[in-house]
Design a protein around this ligand. Structure first.
Ligand code: NDP
Ligand code: OXD
Length: 325
């Protein structure tokens, strides 16, 4: 596909403390054919990004703190994901537009993962996998989906998509957000703000966390919240590792109050090999794969955002840094 000419051919730097960002280069070459691309990330050093004052745009996942503050020509910062917490964590973050990815394919991938996590436990799939290992033909009790209440904390782009998918299966779905929601289809009820949190939690046989990580949401999945969930509840964390207070989860599972947890995001990634989550009988661990965005989508959204920033319009992917997401 031929991409339209950029108002100015930018110098784009790729930054990450955790990823080898080279997988992004072919897509950025296609979308920004004249741009200068400076690959960064785990396979590179700061020397590959010189000169820092020529850089117009940073594309990143967990960028090195303090580095962007040393790029005087920088115009915007593009996250390779939906979340920007990995960027706003930089104490020296320059005051520039920080853009995130909003992608229908990412939302479908998340909905598939969340529906899998919910049905896997609600339909006792682990018991069937065990039965198969000993060639045992044994049915488990079935609770109809309409009697299983799934609560989604974070009813934004991804949470709302998951809510629709779960409601289509027949689950009784509720969501919790910062502000009120209107126009939700029947079968999805909504709660908002700290005052309605306890009511929301009391009706969550499964709780799915799809919140952004902010000062307000960090550590929310802890002892106080778990105590407000119905006995036997299942917690699915597809938000961020720092939403969860890890020892509180282990205690709530070991005491029998919680029935299980499915975790895709962790405070430390990769999850260390000796971490207790790997071997806990009631925890399912996946390595931050709930969903992904194709490099071409990232490159195209980076381009729309860059063009908007250059022409003084609000960037379509811009986040509200005062709010934190
Ligand atoms: P959005 O910004 O679209 O939605 C965020 C939702 O959280 C909104 O409904 C918002 O409320 C709500 N929210 C924010 N703060 C609060 C609060 N203090 N109290 C109650 N509700 C709050 O984000 P996305 O749906 O695109 O993404 C959500 C998160 O999912 C990302 O930030 C990221 O952490 C995670 N993620 C994980 C992935 C994975 O593979 N595991 C992949 C992609 C994203 P309101 O609607 O009122 O603004
Ligand atoms: C994201 C993620 O924020 O991958 O997109 O978690």
């Amino acid at each position: 596909m031929t991409e339209t000419a950029m108002p100015k051919d930018p110098t784009i730097a790729f930054l990450s403390d955790q990823l080898d960002t080279r997988y992004l280069l072919p897509a950025f070459r296609e979308v920004f054919p004249q741009a200068r691309l400076l690959p960064g990330g785990t396979a590179h050093s700061e020397a590959d990004l010189q000169p820092l004052d020529a850089i117009d745009m940073v594309v990143c996942w967990m960028p090195q703190h303090g580095l962007m503050a040393r790029m005087p020509g920088l115009k915007m910062i593009q996250s390779v994901g939906a979340g920007v917490d990995h960027i706003t964590a930089d104490p020296d973050l320059p005051a520039l537009p920080v853009c995130r990815i909003v992608d229908p394919d990412m939302a479908s991938g998340m909905a598939a993962y969340v529906c899998w996590a919910v049905t896997h436990r609600q339909r006792s799939m682990d018991a069937y996998l065990d039965s198969q290992r000993s060639a045992r033909w044994q049915e488990q009790a079935v609770v109809p989906a309409r009697r299983h209440r799934v609560g989604i904390a974070g009813l934004g782009t991804l949470g709302l998509h998951c809510a629709h998918a779960l409601a289509a299966i027949g689950y009784a779905v509720r969501g919790w957000s910062r502000g009120p929601k209107t126009g939700l289809p029947g079968g999805i009820s909504s709660f908002h703000g700290p005052d309605q949190l306890d009511d929301f939690l009391s009706g969550c046989d499964t709780l799915v966390c799809l919140l952004p990580l902010t000062d307000e949401t960090q550590g929310l999945l802890g002892a106080r919240l778990f105590a407000r969930l119905p006995a036997g509840a299942h917690v699915v964390n597809v938000g961020r590792g720092d939403h969860l207070v890890e020892p509180d989860l282990i205690e709530a599972l070991d005491s029998g109050h919680l029935g299980g947890a499915t975790l895709d995001a962790f405070s430390q990634e990769p999850l260390p090999q000796d971490h207790p989550f790997w071997r806990h009988p009631r925890i399912t661990v996946t390595p931050h794969i709930a969903t992904r965005t194709a490099p071409l989508v990232i490159a195209r959204q980076a381009k729309s955002n860059y063009e908007a920033v250059l022409s003084g319009r609000p960037a379509p992917g811009a986040t509200d840094l005062a709010r934190g997401y």
